[in-house]
Design a protein around this ligand. Structure first.
Ligand code: SAM
Length: 250
């Protein structure tokens, strides 16, 4: 049967690159890979919870970010073995952090998860480049809205999750975080992300992972250049994930 499908698709001119695609995610696809993690019962539960809580945030069109969420869960689970709390910069309606909390039963952990966002979009500042302003305005007009209460409800059963509402990096002053065991950063802006990572780097526990959401996305080259320069200044390198994310290990 397999041989027949192969021959047929060759005959029909189906491109070699499209044959045997096991999974097509948002912006990437894989062939001949074992993707059992997507059927793992805990992961399925966690992702479904996140999907149900993110419908409004994505106007009923939630992107398939299961692989991205898998990476976030992996980095966060590693964080459970380290000293320190979890932090996410750029939350929107919490696609990643709600998956993590559900997947790890985070309510049972003796750690806090700080969620930083304005909860109403990317602040436009005079230091932004024209392309950054364009990206920010596009997202603000099409995706972001006042979602604070929606996210509050998502985490209502998690007493150890704290939403920090305000503009970064200034809002970092609103909470006292001593050590950090997991970082997710997704502000869609190089300068804000630079300000944040420079402020928190010394608090990150060695071997903790920093998940950089937009790292290898086309159109986000300012962030790519900034993160590479930052990593180099710490004698580190960033792993490029096919999802578009980057992983930096302290
Ligand atoms: C792409 S979304 C984050 C999505 C999120 N990681 C998830 O899992 O769904 C980017 C978020 O960053 C926030 N943001 C961008 N710049 C910010 C800043 N300087 N201060 C606070 N929040 C900011 C926006 O409000 C927006 O909600």
């Amino acid at each position: 049967m397999k041989k027949y499908i192969k021959k047929l698709s060759k005959f029909l001119g189906v491109k070699e690159s499209l044959r045997n695609v096991t999974y097509k995610g948002t912006g990437f696809a894989v062939r001949n890979k074992n993707i059992s993690f997507m059927q793992d019962a805990d992961f399925v539960d966690a992702w479904n919870y996140s999907l149900s809580r993110n419908k409004e945030g994505w106007k009923n069109n939630v992107p398939d970010f299961r692989w991205q969420a898998h990476l976030a869960c992996f980095a966060a689970k590693h964080g459970l073995t380290l000293e320190g709390d979890f932090v996410e910069f750029g939350v929107h309606t919490a696609l990643l952090s709600s998956t993590i909390c559900k997947y790890l039963n985070f309510e049972k952990e003796n750690k806090k998860f700080y969620l930083f966002d304005t909860y109403e979009g990317i602040p436009i500042s005079k230091n932004m480049t024209n392309s950054e302003i364009k990206i920010a305005e596009h997202h603000n007009n099409h995706t972001y809205f006042d979602c604070y209460h929606l996210v509050k409800e998502t985490f209502s059963k998690y007493e150890n999750v704290e939403m920090v509402k305000g503009m970064l990096p200034k809002s970092l002053e609103d909470v006292e975080i001593k050590k950090i065991a997991y970082v997710s950063i997704d502000l869609n802006n190089a300068q804000y992300e630079k300000d944040v990572i420079e402020s928190i780097w010394d608090k990150i526990t060695p071997s903790a992972m920093i998940v950089i959401d937009d790292y290898a996305y086309k159109g986000h080259e300012d962030q790519y250049a900034m993160w590479n320069a930052f990593a180099q200044s710490k004698s580190k390198m960033i792993y490029t994930v096919p999802t578009g994310q980057g992983i930096l290990i302290k």
